[in-house]
Design a protein around this ligand. Sequence first.
Ligand code: HEM
Length: 167
Amino acid sequence: MRTPVFELHIQPMFRSIDRAHMTFFTDLWDYDSVVANADDILSRIDGTGMPPDETGGPWPDEWIAVFRRWHASGHKRLQLGTATFAFSHTGPNNSVTATGTLPAAGFNGWLQLEKETDTAKTYVLYYEAPDTPVPGTPPAFALKERYPDSDTRSVFARDSTGVQQLH
Ligand code: HEM
């Protein structure tokens, strides 16, 4: 069964309004804060009124089960990768490319659109570790995200070394 991962399956369940209303307690989008308060959060989403009825009401049981399984399975999270980035234009498309080598065999890596504004878009490079170590040589990667060149916004990439502008 797929192990739940904070950035993919837990953080997106918390809406902006949940985060905004709960800042007096903790930051529901921050990994360390959610791990530190996971028992309290679980007891609130599982029966004592969070999120409140006035703002959308409780989670479906399946969401609560995912949070519970994430808590029980050691709070898996993604890590930021490291790559050489390039921006190119071919035919009707723009492309963002990330090349590098994964930290170890069994890792997965991808470029994910993280943030969009009217003038800019930011991609983040994520690595996901395997649940158990996999023997073998760390594989090289060349990851590409394509989009139509009618989109002329600036492009940024974020990895473990920081944020850089590509276009
Ligand atoms: C999934 C989303 C949410 C989670 C996990 C959550 C979690 C919690 C937790 C753990 C507490 C106890 C804090 C403490 O011990 O000091 C709490 C209290 C509270 N929350 Fe939330 N909350 C969520 C969403 C919301 C939203 C959307 C609102 C308001 C619109 C809200 C309003 C409150 C209020 C007013 C309290 C204090 C009163 C009380 O204890 O019932 N929460 N919440």
